[in-house]
Ligand binder design. Structure first.
Ligand code: PHE
Length: 328
């Protein structure tokens, strides 16, 4: 039988080294465990002892048992043991079967969604698309399009100036830029931002989007233009959609038209300007107007989105109101 002194020494030596809840628990089992604890074994011996032996041993045994219990409790609540406890707790509470937290992701802006949709429709007809500069020269924004310095049509397209240059008032500025660098046949879209001196209201902003289309080929025809725009409107707004066309004037197209759309049987609404590219524009960009003809159109993606989604105020597009933006 181990002496009490020896047991005591062994216990405190091992307790000193125990640094986690698990190790402390192991000690408790080794010394106080019900089946084979070293102290428990001694308690089991008691009935076999003589009365004198009992009187000698029992008080010391009880005292040691108490000491051991208290030492274990104290060590358990020590900072060292606690650190260990915290280290293990996140693992024991982690439940891999719980649904994860979904990260909040954004999506394309409604005006860009409409541009993407328009691009897809025209891609089917063989059109590609390119970007162009928003800061433009007077030459490309106006003169190459026959809007000469004193042309009255400039009045409706006043803009902001950046030194000698200006913020383009329409994507038509890309017609000349593109034709100067590309030999027909040409089928291309020019989406992008344009600027005008406008008072802000529900349908006007000083900066907005346009999407221009340009086709130049050997026998481009007005009827093709109207047919393509009819196809486009039905693809974008639905098969039952109708368009109507009437005469208009743009200095860079001849003849010129405006197109209205009847969507969901509501009202006829103007959606774009178009026409046959003026022969002088073709000549200005270095091509033979006797050989090449073209047609072009320009529309406003925000207005198209307003019509398509029933949005009544163009300012909503740029107010960054998530209640609005989240709906698309
Ligand atoms: N540039 C015209 C506008 O801003 C639209 C247009 C484009 C008209 C191409 C004819 C041809 O209103």
């Amino acid at each position: 039988m181990m002496s009490l002194d020896k047991i005591k020494k062994e216990f405190f030596a091992e307790l000193e080294l125990a640094n986690s809840v698990e190790e402390i628990e192991k000690l408790r089992v080794k010394f106080l465990g019900r089946k084979q604890g070293l102290l428990t074994d001694l308690f089991k011996e008691i009935p076999k002892l003589s009365l004198a032996e009992k009187r000698k041993l029992v008080p010391d045994l009880n005292k040691l048992k108490k000491e051991v219990e208290e030492a274990l409790l104290q060590k358990e609540s020590s900072p060292a043991a606690k650190v260990q406890k915290n280290k293990t707790s996140p693992i024991s509470t982690f439940d891999p079967s719980l649904p994860g937290e979904k990260p909040k992701t954004g999506h394309s802006h409604p005006a860009l969604l409409v541009i993407e949709e328009i691009k897809e429709i025209f891609k089917y007809l063989g059109f590609s698309w390119v970007d162009g500069p928003e800061v433009e020269t007077d030459e490309y924004n106006f003169q190459k399009l026959r809007l000469h310095p004193d042309h009255p049509a400039r009045d409706t397209q006043q803009t902001y100036y950046v030194g000698k240059n200006l913020l383009r008032t329409h994507t038509s500025s890309m017609q000349a830029r593109y034709l100067e660098r590309h030999k027909p046949p040409v089928r291309v879209l020019f989406p992008g931002r344009v600027y005008r001196r406008e008072a802000i209201d529900a349908t006007h902003l000083p900066g907005f989007l346009q999407l221009e289309g340009l086709l130049v080929d050997q026998n481009a025809k007005m009827t093709d233009l109207i047919g393509v725009l009819d196809f486009f409107a039905r693809r974008l707004f639905g098969e039952e959609t109708k368009i109507r066309v009437y005469g208009h004037h743009f200095p860079y197209t001849e003849p010129s038209i405006e197109v209205e759309v009847l969507y969901k049987g509501n009202k006829w609404l103007e959606i774009l300007g178009a026409g046959m590219v003026h022969p002088e524009v073709i000549k200005n960009t270095g091509h033979d107007p006797k050989k090449y003809r073209g047609w072009a159109f320009g529309m406003g993606p925000e207005r198209i989105a307003m019509l398509k989604y029933g949005i009544e105020d163009i300012r909503l597009f740029y107010s960054s109101d998530l209640r609005f933006l989240k709906q698309f």
